[in-house]
Structure formats: structure tokens, C-alpha cells
Design a binder for this molecule. Structure first.
Ligand code: IPE
Ligand code: IPE
Ligand code: MG
Length: 247
């Protein structure tokens, strides 16, 4: 039985409601949420998790009021600039996944620089999903795979799932074993649609700013209790495990 997830993905939801229940502005919730994101990186690093993907801004979040979008963009720029040195010191490899071309030049530059600074680190891989959509990811992967084949003179092609896999964001890291969503909602909201095909789902009623290291450890511990079958029967999975143990 796999007891520890190699890759955890989190839909960090509930910042606005957290602020509202405290009579604060929604943006205060985002500020507090940023603190939890920082905490999660440390906790996952300490737990020996190989990759952490945090959903920070979806392709649909542009539909929010302009001032909230603006605040979030500033938070990313200051966050990236401020945090990149300590991420680097902690051997974290930072990547931003999503269509960054829609961000303003200042943010694109901050992303580029933070990624460059941390690119040779071999500790935990931290993926920040920003202007990310699972459908966008599959589309960009399919377009790249088709274009490549076309340029190689192969003309019309039948793409295989490995062709798409190779071009998806995070192609070099394992798919998320555990997908956590906070905030009580039970939906995927266009997150890693392809990559989460077989992830274990964990929904927490806690609002994201209340989701601390203990809550994460609880989710990881529940993951350890689950039997992942990947289409097989429970008996087959048990037989596979005892075969491994007897070797
Ligand atoms: C998640 O919290 C953060 C982002 C989507 C940027 P929300 O802002 O969605 O918080 P709720 O769901 O309104 O409480
Ligand atoms: C999902 O949260 C996106 C992020 C956490 C960044 P939302 O709050 O935007 O999701 P929906 O729209 O309620 O499904
Ligand atoms: Mg929300």
C-alpha cells in the first residue's frame, strides 16, 4: 500500500468567506491564504513530499471584480519577489503553470526570474497554477503534439495519450496522488483534469486560511488508509502488495 503521496495538489478555496465571517474585506482572506500556502510548502517539504501544486488563480477567476483581480496580481508579484530567495535557500524548485502570457510584463518578469533562480534545485517541486485551466492544459498539449508531428513531416496524425502526456504541464513529475479541496465545495473547478484522472480526492470543510499543517497531516494520514485500485479488484491489489513484500 502506498502510504505517502508523492504529489499533492490543492484547490485553496474559502479565502473570501474566511474574511467575510471576520467582518474583513475579501482581499484580507487572500493575504492570510498566502501565509497558509507558505506553511504548506514547508510542511510538505518536511514530510518528504516530492511535488506540491497549489491552485492560486483559475482561468475563470478573471471574471471577479476588477479590484480583487488587481489585488491578487499584486500579491503574486510581491509574493514571488519576496519569497523566491527563501524558496531557493530551501532547495525548492518553483514553477508557474498556466497561461502566463495574459499577465502583465512585471508579473511575467517576476515569474521568469523566480523560476530561473530555483531551476536547478532538487528539493520539492512547487507548482503554482496561475491563470490555469485543466481544459487549457489539455488543449495546449494537444496543439504542441500535433504541431510537432506536422513539422516532422508526418502530416495528419493520430495522437496517443503518451503524446499528450509528454506536453502537459508538469509532465516530468508524477500525477497528483492526492487532490485536496478546502472550503467545503466538492468540485474540480477546471483544475488538473487530465492529471487527476486517478487522484484520491479529499474535501475539507475548513476555509483555506484555517487549513494548517495539522489539517494537511490529517489528509495525508487519511490517504494512507485508502486502497488505490486503478481498475483492479481489491484482492488483486492485496496480492500485488504481498508479492512485493515477499520479494
Ligand atoms: C480561493 O478563495 C482563492 C481564489 C480563488 C483566488 P475564494 O476567493 O474563492 O474564497 P471564497 O470561495 O469566495 O470563500
Ligand atoms: C477555484 O476556486 C480556483 C482557485 C482556488 C484558485 P473558485 O472559488 O474560483 O472556484 P468556483 O468558481 O467556486 O468553483
Ligand atoms: Mg471560492
Amino acid at each position: 500500500m502506498q502510504t505517502k503521496p508523492r504529489h499533492i495538489a490543492i484547490i485553496m478555496d474559502g479565502n473570501g468567506r474566511w474574511a467575510k465571517t471576520r467582518g474583513k474585506k475579501r482581499v484580507q482572506g487572500h493575504k492570510e491564504g498566502m501565509e497558509r500556502a507558505r506553511e504548506m510548502v514547508q510542511t510538505c517539504g518536511a514530510l518528504g513530499i516530492e511535488a506540491l501544486t497549489l491552485f492560486a488563480f483559475s482561468s475563470e477567476n478573471w471574471n471577479r471584480p476588477q479590484d480583487e483581480v488587481g489585488f491578487l496580481m499584486n500579491l503574486f508579484v510581491t509574493g514571488l519577489t519576496k519569497e523566491s530567495k527563501s524558496l531557493h535557500k530551501n532547495n525548492v524548485q518553483l514553477r508557474v503553470i498556466g497561461d502566463v502570457s495574459r499577465f502583465d510584463k512585471k508579473l511575467q518578469k517576476a515569474i521568469f526570474e523566480a523560476e530561473k533562480l530555483t531551476s536547478s534545485n532538487d528539493g520539492i517541486v512547487l507548482q503554482i497554477a496561475a491563470n490555469y485551466g485543466g481544459q487549457w492544459d489539455i488543449l495546449q498539449a494537444a496543439s504542441k503534439a500535433a504541431n510537432e508531428s506536422f513539422q516532422n513531416g508526418n502530416g495528419m496524425v493520430e495522437l496517443t495519450s503518451s503524446d499528450i502526456e509528454a506536453k502537459l504541464t508538469g509532465a516530468d513529475i508524477p500525477h497528483p496522488d492526492l487532490l485536496i479541496r478546502t472550503g467545503g465545495e466538492q468540485r474540480i473547478s477546471n483544475f488538473l483534469l487530465w492529471q487527476c484522472a486517478y487522484s484520491e480526492l479529499y474535501f475539507s470543510p475548513l476555509l483555506w486560511p484555517d487549513f494548517d499543517s495539522e489539517a494537511l497531516k490529517e489528509a495525508v494520514s487519511e490517504f494512507g488508509q485508502r486502497q488505490r485500485r486503478f481498475g483492479k479488484t481489491g484482492e488483486q491489489v492485496e496480492a500485488d502488495i504481498s508479492a512485493i513484500n515477499n520479494n
